[in-house]
Design a protein around this ligand. Structure first.
Ligand code: TRP
Length: 442
C-alpha cells in the first residue's frame, strides 16, 4: 500500500529510522542500563550494536529489497518450499507482544503530556513526582484509558494507510525532539552532583559485566534497532535499488545510538542530583525528567513539548509494529485492511489490558520479546544469509546501487560466524546463570 510512495525517494529509510527511534531509546535504554550498573553496560551495548545488531539490520534490508516483498512473502520467494517464512510468522507474535506493553508506555507518555499541559506535573515536589508515577502505573484505569487512546491513533493511521503523512510530520518533529534533548542535557549536566551521574554513565566498572547484563544488552540492541522480527525486512522491500543499503543501515544505527546515548546523558545526572535510584526500573524516565523541567525556565512549555514529541516518536514505532500484524492478517486471510487492523488492535488491547493490571505481565512481555524472541529471530535471519542466499547473492544486493561495499568481507564474516555464535553463547551463558552456575567467577 505505502509501497508506491516510498519507491523513488529516501522515504523508506526515514520510515526505518522512525521505527527504530522511539521509547526504546528514551524510556527503555536508560532503565535497562540503570539496572545493569551503568557504563560497563553502555560499552557492551556499543559492541553489540556494531558487531551484532548492525549486521542483522543490513541483512534484513538486503533480504527485503532482494525479494521486493514483505517479510513472510520475502522468505517464501527466496527459499520456496522451505520453512524460513516461519521467521515472519514468529515476528507477528513478537509484534503482538511488544505492542502490548509498548502502547501502555506510550499511554503514560501521552498522559504526562496532558498533566504537564494542565500544570499538575509542574507544581509537584520531588517526592510528589515520584508518587505521581507510582500512582499512574498502579492505576489500571488510567493505564488502560491512555493506552486505548494511543492504540486508537495507531490503528487509525494504519487502517487508513496514511503512514506517509505521519512520516512527513515526524521528519520535521524529530529534529525538534533532538534539539530539545540537547537542551535538557545541557541543563542536566549542570545540576549539582551531575558529575556522579556522568561517571555512572561513562566510567565502566567491569565487575558489573554479568551474564544478565550481556543478555539484556543484546536484547536492547535488537529492540532499539527494530531488528529480529522482520520489520526492517519489510522496510527493505520499500527501499529503491539506487540506495546504498549498508550506508543507510549505518545511518539508522548511528541516529538510533546517538539518541539513546543523549537520553542517558539527560537522565543519569538528574537521577544523581535528585537522589533517585538509577536501577529502579520502568519508571526511571518519568520520575527523573519532570525534576529537570522544574529547574528550567519555561519548564512547563518544555515539558509539554518534550512529552508530546516523545509521543510522536513512539507513534512511528508502534505503527511499524502494528503494520507487521496487519499485513500478515490481510494477506493470510484475504481480508480488508480495515478489518485486519480492527482484529489486530482488539487483540493488542486485550494483552494491553493485562499489562495495565499486572506489572508482572508487563515485565514478562517486555523481557521475553526483547531478550528472547528478537535474538532468536535474528539468529535465524542471520543463518539465512550465508546458508541460503549465499555470498554472491547478498554481495550483489548490497552493491546493487552501483557502488562497492568496502567492508563486505568484514560484514560477511560477522554474519557467518560472529553473530550466530555470539547469540548462542550469550543465551547459554544466561541459562547457566539462571540455573545458578556462574561461568564468570571461575
Ligand atoms: N525500535 C523501537 C523503539 O526503540 C521499537 C520497535 C518498533 C521495535 N518496531 C520494532 C522493536 C520491531 C523490535 C522490532 O522504540
Amino acid at each position: 500500500m505505502a509501497k508506491e510512495g516510498f519507491n523513488s525517494k529516501a522515504g523508506a529509510i526515514a520510515a526505518a529510522a522512525g521505527s527504530a527511534v522511539g521509547l526504546g531509546n528514551i524510556w527503555r535504554f536508560p532503565y535497562v542500563l540503570g539496572q545493569n550498573g551503568g557504563a560497563a553496560f553502555l560499552l557492551i551495548y556499543i559492541f553489540f550494536m556494531l558487531l551484532i545488531a548492525l549486521p542483522v539490520l543490513i541483512s534484513e534490508f538486503a533480504i527485503g529489497r532482494k525479494a521486493g516483498l514483505p517479510v513472510m512473502a520475502a522468505f517464501q520467494k527466496l527459499a520456496p518450499g522451505k520453512k524460513w517464512y516461519l521467521i515472519g510468522f514468529s515476528g507477528v507474535f513478537c509484534a503482538f507482544f511488544i505492542s502490548s506493553f509498548y502502547n501502555v508506555v506510550s499511554g503514560w507518555t501521552l498522559y504526562y503530556t496532558y498533566i504537564s499541559a494542565t500544570g499538575q506535573l509542574t507544581t509537584l515536589s520531588e517526592s510528589g513526582i515520584e508518587a505521581m508515577f507510582t500512582q499512574t502505573a498502579s492505576d489500571p484505569v488510567v493505564c488502560m484509558l491512555w493506552m486505548f487512546v494511543m492504540l486508537g491513533i495507531t490503528g487509525f493511521v494504519v487502517s487508513r494507510g496514511v503512514e506517509k503523512g505521519i512520516e512527513q510530520y515526524s521528519k520535521i518533529l524529530m529534529p525538534i525532539l533532538l534539539i530539545l534533548i540537547v537542551i535538557v542535557c545541557i541543563r542536566a549536566v549542570t545540576l549539582p552532583n551531575a558529575a556522579d551521574g556522568i561517571s555512572f554513565l561513562l566510567k565502566p566498572d567491569f565487575s558489573k559485566i554479568t551474564p544478565k547484563a550481556l543478555f539484556e544488552a543484546l536484547g536492547q540492541s535488537f529492540f532499539s534497532l527494530s531488528v529480529g522480527m522482520g520489520t526492517m525486512t519489510t522496510y527493505g522491500s520499500y527501499i529503491s535499488k539506487k540506495q546504498n543499503l549498508s550506508q543507510s543501515a549505518v545511518s539508522v544505527a548511528m541516529i538510533d545510538f546517538f539518541i539513546a546515548f543523549l537520553a542517558g546523558l539527560m537522565i543519569f545526572p538528574c537521577a544523581f542530583a535528585f537522589g533517585i535510584n538509577p536501577g529502579q526500573g520502568a519508571g526511571l524516565v518519568f520520575v527523573t525528567l519532570p525534576n529537570i523541567f522544574n529547574q528550567m525556565s519555561m519548564g512547563q512549555v518544555i515539558s509539554v513539548l518534550f512529552f508530546f514529541l516523545l509521543v510522536v516518536a513512539a507513534l512511528t514505532s508502534s505503527i511499524s509494529l502494528l503494520e507487521v500484524v496487519v499485513t500478515y492478517l490481510k494477506t493470510q486471510f484475504n481480508i480488508k485492511r480495515k478489518y485486519a487492523t480492527l482484529i489486530a488492535v482488539t487483540c493488542i488491547a486485550l494483552l494491553g489490558i493485562g499489562c495495565s493490571f499486572s506489572t508482572t505481565l508487563f515485565n514478562f512481555f517486555d523481557n521475553i520479546s526483547a531478550n528472547v524472541m528478537l535474538p532468536l529471530g535474528a539468529f535465524f535471519i542471520i543463518l539465512f544469509v550465508p546458508h541460503v542466499l549465499g555470498r554472491d547473492a547478498i554481495k550483489a544486493e548490497l552493491e546493487a546501487h552501483g557502488g562497492k561495499f568496502k567492508l563486505f568481507n568484514l560484514y560477511f564474516f560477522l554474519t557467518k560466524y560472529v553473530v550466530p555464535i555470539a547469540i548462542l553463547l550469550i543465551f547459554i551463558n544466561n541459562i547457566l546463570s539462571w540455573m545458578g552456575i556462574n561461568t564468570f567467577d571461575k
